[in-house]
Ligand binder design. Structure first.
Ligand SMILES: *Cc1c(COP(=O)(O)O)cnc(C)c1O
Length: 371
């Protein structure tokens, strides 16, 4: 699915140097690389404030904490996402309110979000799934109209952009009150362990998030708020500085792989290639096809595996069907699109170093199975 060892081999001297520098200075927590990385990523993302933290799940938790919502406030969340999006809200005693997604882009359906707004709604969490922005224009309009905060879970779409009105280009994660991201090793910008960050355009919220991520302290041993111990290690920040320099080239390489898949698979009967929203760029964290015929997806995955082609199913079970979230009281059939997608999606190998011959082989096996 991805070849992190090869990616890191190419960067080995710079990564080694970064590690040695951290060892020399021994500032393992909040060392200078953390601030330097935050500034560099902020610049990469068009001037956003970046607050590093321990992982993408903490980033979601901290984003919601910064809104000061009352216990039981409703948080609108897509039914087709990674569990972390839901987990953060649930842990804070907020009420996840699930809404269905669009069958073409996999992203949250703005009409469903608008229909789910109540006087108790405290936030909307949009997820830019697989590397493509959710409909930020519609979501921002709903957020503004109802005075409800928009949080963007941008763990999968770092660097993606979206055409807003008047030809304005927005950067994923910087449109809503807070954006969150993850540096889990397999993400488009991954560290060599766990890491995450918060994004915001508002300097006051940036200061609040910084405080919340560090025990709610304004200065050492002075605690204004109940916070978390959620910091990005200096070592990870130092490694991320090296990897950030590669991100644009890696994104372009992923996009080239996706374009080759598109061309080869567009006309193969029985599957559909990922839909592109013309207003969004797509950074292709995943290249996810849909297998039309129910039950056939698992057979295709099995066939590919037998031929040595790894694939993944993101996600096999919708969040409302997970045992941990039965208490929300949802039933099967309530989110028909999310439920169907869980049985239809298959993510093919995609990474910056995937070679054309390897890709041709994947395509050949897929075609063989479907003919
Ligand atoms: C990876 C991911 C997260 C969680 O990030 P961690 O760093 O693993 O905690 C949250 N949301 C989405 C959509 C993700 O893909």
């Amino acid at each position: 699915m991805l070849d992190l060892a090869a990616e890191h081999a190419a960067l080995q001297p710079a990564l080694d140097e970064a590690i040695q520098e951290v060892l020399r200075t021994a500032a393992f927590i909040q060392g200078p690389a953390v601030g330097a990385f935050a500034a560099e990523l902020g610049e990469y993302l068009g001037g956003a404030h970046v607050i590093p933290c321990a992982n993408g799940t903490d980033a979601l938790t901290l984003a919601l904490m910064s809104l000061d919502l009352p216990v039981g406030a409703e948080v609108i969340i897509p039914a087709f996402t990674y569990v972390a999006t839901l987990e953060a809200a649930a842990l804070l005693g907020l009420k996840p309110v699930l809404v269905d997604v669009r069958p073409d882009t996999f992203n949250v359906d703005p009409a469903a979000v608008a229909a789910a707004i109540t006087p108790r709604t405290g936030a909307i969490v949009a997820v830019h799934l697989f590397g493509q922005c959710a409909d930020l224009k519609a979501l921002q309009a709903i957020s503004t109209h109802h005075g409800v905060a928009l949080i963007e879970d941008n763990a999968q779409a770092i660097g993606a952009t979206f055409q807003m009105t008047n030809g304005k280009t927005a950067v994923a994660g910087t449109v809503g009150e807070v954006g969150t991201t993850s540096f889990f090793p397999s993400k488009n910008l991954g560290c060599l362990g766990d890491g995450g960050a918060l994004l915001t355009r508002d300097p006051a919220r940036a200061a609040l998030l910084q405080q919340l991520a560090n025990h709610g302290q304004s200065r050492k041993y002075h605690h204004q708020r109940i916070g978390l111990n959620s910091r990005l290690d200096t070592l990870q920040a130092a490694l991320l500085r090296v990897k950030l320099r590669q991100l644009s080239a890696n994104t372009a390489a992923r996009q080239a792989v996706a374009a080759r898949y598109d061309a080869a698979l567009a006309d193969v009967p029985g599957i559909s290639i990922p839909a592109r929203d013309p207003r969004s760029t797509h950074v292709f964290h995943q290249y996810t096809i849909q297998v039309a015929e129910a039950g056939r997806r698992d057979d295709l995955q099995h066939f590919l595996k037998g031929c040595g082609v790894p694939t993944m199913i993101y996600y096999p079970l919708p969040v409302h069907a997970q045992p941990a979230y039965q208490y929300l009281g949802y039933r099967a059939g309530q989110f028909p699109v999310a439920e169907r997608l869980c049985g239809a999606v298959l993510s093919l190998p995609i990474h910056p170093l995937l070679m054309a011959e390897q890709q041709d082989y994947v395509v050949e096996i897929v075609q063989q199975f479907l003919q």
